[in-house]
Design a protein around this ligand. Structure first.
Ligand SMILES: [Zn+2]
Length: 844
């Protein structure tokens, strides 16, 4: 960056009066925005995108403005620096982009209806009203909305409504806030309300396509999350209300608009009587994430998007801290270990990955920062390390000071480290900058060299990587007291191994609890010692061992065949986290076999060997009162049994399907997918297929819809696959927000891969026009790369995507994903024979 392009440097807005008239029928918006503020130059810039500007006045006098499309702005001359008032009249189209102001579509009793909602993060507020659309440009807002209102409809926003006059709804003046957090919605909504201990009104809103009791779970979690944060942060929730709204069309998972959080329906409303425990956990963490933002992100906001991690990494950690506090029996940190940890470790091992803190300017590049593996998962792991280093008391004291110092304002990473560091009396900045500013992470090699126990760090890569000699300050978390808290050099020698082993009486381990963002490679002596005592490890530590071994194998530091040999040792575990790690490794073995080959038959036997006893123990139907672990483990073993084509399981699932054919939605949600998938894969005919597709069109329960999508895409029938591809672009069947799941499902199906791959290449322009403007767009590339593992697909991937590298927001993803596929192709080529031999060894 050579010169600042930030419009805030030219004009500091203080207050906005925003009037909007929105017509769903004509798909037209007309608006007038009045902004008062402080001009710092005599030509200022105001952001706008897709607006048709009709008139601009400055202090009441009409002026001529110039367009600056590159900056998504208009340039306005002002008579003098200092206080000015701008008034801008404009019109804009109402489009189906899931960005800016947009409609969501749904059916109630066969009648098509729509509600209007908003999505402004990152840079779409400028599509709704002219503004300094930068996080630092905080101001107060008065919002007035008129729309083609029908009887019974309501409109909600960040603040309470104060009056309705001549059909115009007026809302209370907001506190000082950033433009990207403004939100409103209107339509025929239902709601449920409650109040927190401190008097904050909490509400959940959804369309009337849902049953009223589907709002209850979210209301309870939202209320208790806010109460938890008010206590943990020692800072009151700053607004009179906290609304949670489910929108039928929503691109991301949820959005933390201040006082009006918006969600995908799947992440807010659920059937309290038939939803899996896993789904409830996911919904609860999403709600807790968004509510963590009401302070971290909304009350105190990053100064610029380069510090997006301040918002997302923090909220991603706090969602687990909060749910662990309000639902301690859920052991929610186990979900962190099975989702966030492997996601971060996988992606962060690819050379070319971005650091958590990264310079950005272009709006498309800002959107590309919302990388779930880095700014969310890795960033959260970074903060988990901080929490472990300083403890909760210092964390809370530091946070309170941080909120007090920066509330209704902005902050940078340095501000956070300084507040937390002061509270902990520690130089946190130098520890954390090694994680924040550098991409990647280290592999810690623990070895006995000439009798001395040593630990060294070196950057870990999966695929080709240039060793830039990066070093990190790594919390070692050893079970040996002699080991320092932090590794700050490239190597440390800990003393004579034989003496240390004797004194400690247990195998040497590092990163106990798996909270440091690093993996451990033990030499043969140390690993054998751990494996000899494997049953003494906690479930998380067993998960960690399997996970680290898998990553080391993918990074070619050990053979994948060695990992295969370990798996049967863990197959009897009743811990979900162990089964998760086990079946993740096992699932990865599928890429080493060709579909329908003898090697695949052998692998299926291997899956049967791993899962059969557990399927017998757990059965196909959830039991009342069973443990959380049993509920969560069952899907892993049923999935394995179906891949193994275990005759008993195939028959049991078929029987369940047949018996419940008239009410498939009523099958227990935790196992429903497996029953449906078994039917589609092993017994499918066009009638069953059509019944399921019709159900998909009509269902309102998001988790049932997700099961249907996942099951339908497993069909082996070419004609039915063609039918699926044909609905990809039919928004009445597959909403654009759900398209990626459909595409991924068909692509992952060996019989459907060619058709899905042909579709995305042929219709890329359509895809770009439909979902290209939003921050989820690049994930179509990511999910493709996650599946491909042959040289042919690698060549095709490069041929198609490499020309798109210059497209803003796509370049890094394409380059990274090419490496991801290339390293997988090389791994399969080199290790196929050894892996399949290791599988054969277990099966025989
Ligand atoms: Zn977030």
């Amino acid at each position: 960056m050579t010169e600042s392009t930030h419009l805030y440097d030219l004009f500091h807005p203080a207050h906005y009066d925003i009037y909007l008239d929105i017509n769903r029928e004509t798909k037209q918006i007309s608006g007038k925005t009045t902004i008062t503020g402080d001009a710092l130059a005599t030509t200022i810039g105001i952001h706008q995108k897709f607006l048709k500007i009709q008139q601009v006045t400055v202090d009441g006098k009409a002026v001529t403005v110039t367009d600056d499309p590159a900056a998504e702005a208009i340039r306005i001359p002002v008579p003098q620096t200092g206080n000015v008032t701008l008034a801008i009249d404009y019109t804009a189209p109402l489009t189906d982009s899931m960005m800016g102001i947009y409609p969501s579509y749904y059916d109630v009793n066969g009648e098509q209806k729509q509600i209007i909602g908003t999505q402004f993060e990152t840079t779409a507020a400028r599509q709704a009203f002219p503004s300094i659309d930068e996080p630092e440009a905080k101001a107060t807002f008065d919002l007035a909305i008129k729309f083609d209102e029908q009887p019974g409809e309501m409109v909600i926003s960040n603040m309470p409504e104060t009056k309705v006059e001549a059909g115009v709804h007026y809302f209370d003046t907001t506190v000082k806030m950033s433009t990207y957090l403004i939100a409103f919605a209107f339509g025929d909504l239902q709601s449920k309300m409650t109040t927190t201990k401190s008097g904050v009104q909490v509400g959940v809103f959804a369309t009337k396509a849902h049953q009223a009791n589907e709002l209850d779970f979210a209301l309870d979690i939202a209320k208790r999350s806010i109460e938890f944060y008010e206590d943990f942060y020692q800072t009151p929730y700053p607004l009179p209300h906290s609304w949670q709204l489910a929108l039928p069309d929503f691109s991301a998972g949820a959005m933390e608009n201040w006082g009006l959080v918006t969600y995908r329906e799947a992440y807010l409303v659920l059937d309290p009587d038939n939803t899996s425990f896993e789904t409830k956990q996911r919904v609860a963490t999403v709600i807790a994430h968004e509510l963590a933002h009401q302070w971290f992100g909304d009350l105190v906001t990053m100064k610029w998007w380069d510090d997006l991690w301040l918002n997302e990494s923090f909220a991603n950690m706090m969602e687990y801290v909060a749910i662990d506090a309000i639902e301690p029996d859920w052991h929610i940190w186990e979900v962190f270990q099975t989702t966030e940890a492997p996601m971060a470790l996988q992606r962060d091992a690819t050379d070319g990955v971005q650091s958590v803190h990264v310079q950005v300017e272009d709006p498309a590049e800002i959107d590309a920062l919302f990388d779930s593996a880095i700014v969310y998962a890795k960033g959260a792991r970074m903060l988990v390390m901080v929490r472990a280093l300083i403890g909760d008391d210092a964390l809370r004291t530091g946070l309170k000071a941080y909120f007090d110092a920066h509330k209704f304002g902005n902050a940078t990473g340095a501000d956070l480290w300084s507040a937390l560091g002061t509270a902990a009396n520690m130089d946190l900045k130098s520890v954390m900058n090694s994680w924040l500013e550098q991409p990647g992470y280290p592999v810690l090699t623990a070895a006995v060299v000439d009798g001395q126990l040593t630990v060294t760090q070196q950057q870990f890569f999966i695929g080709d990587g240039t060793d830039a000699k990066r070093q990190w300050q790594v919390p070692l978390s050893s079970n040996y007291a002699e080991v320092p808290e932090l590794l700050t050099a490239s190597q440390v020698t800990l003393g004579t191994y034989a003496d240390l082993r004797q004194a400690n009486g247990q195998p040497f381990r590092l990163n106990v609890g798996n909270n440091s963002h690093a993996i451990v490679k033990y030499d043969d002596t140390l690993l054998a010692d751990i494996l000899d005592h494997i049953t003494e490890l906690t479930a998380i530590d067993q998960l960690q061992l399997l996970q680290d071994q898998r990553l080391l194998a993918e990074g070619r530091q050990i053979s994948y065949a060695d990992v295969v040999a370990l798996l049967p040792r863990f197959a009897a575990s009743e811990a979900t986290v162990v089964n998760d790690a086990l079946y993740q490794v096992a699932g990865n073995l599928k890429k080493f076999v060709t579909p329908d080959s003898d090697a695949e038959k052998q692998l299926q036997q291997f899956f049967d060997r791993l899962s059969a006893a557990q399927v017998d123990r757990l059965g196909w139907t959830p039991k009342a009162g069973e443990s959380n672990d049993d509920q969560l483990t069952r899907p892993y073993v049923l999935s394995a049994a179906l891949y193994a084509k275990n005759a008993q399981s195939v028959a049991a699932a078929h029987e369940l399907f047949t018996a419940n054919r008239d009410n498939l939605a009523g099958l227990p949600a935790a196992t429903r997918y497996y029953v449906l998938a078994n039917e589609v894969t092993n017994f499918s005919d066009a009638t069953v297929f059509d019944q399921l597709l019709t159900d998909y069109r009509q269902a309102t329960d998001a988790s049932y819809k997700a099961d249907l999508c996942a099951a339908l895409t497993t069909t082996p029938d070419a004609k039915l696959i063609a039918k699926l591809i044909a609905v990809f672009e039919d928004a009445a069947t597959v909403k654009p927000q759900d398209l990626r799941a459909w595409y991924r499902g068909v692509l992952a199906n060996a019989k459907g891969q060619q058709a899905a791959w042909d579709w995305i290449r042929q219709d890329w322009a359509w895809l770009e026009a439909t979902v290209g403007g939003d921050m989820e767009f690049t994930t179509f590339i990511t999910v493709t790369a996650a599946i491909f593992h042959t040289p042919e697909r690698l060549a095709e991937f490069k041929e198609f995507f490499e020309p798109k590298i210059p497209t803003p927001g796509l370049g890094r993803e394409i380059k990274m994903d090419t490496k991801v596929i290339a390293s997988r192709v090389a791994l399969v080529e080199d290790e196929k024979a050894a892996v399949n031999a290791a599988v054969a060894q277990v099966v025989q």
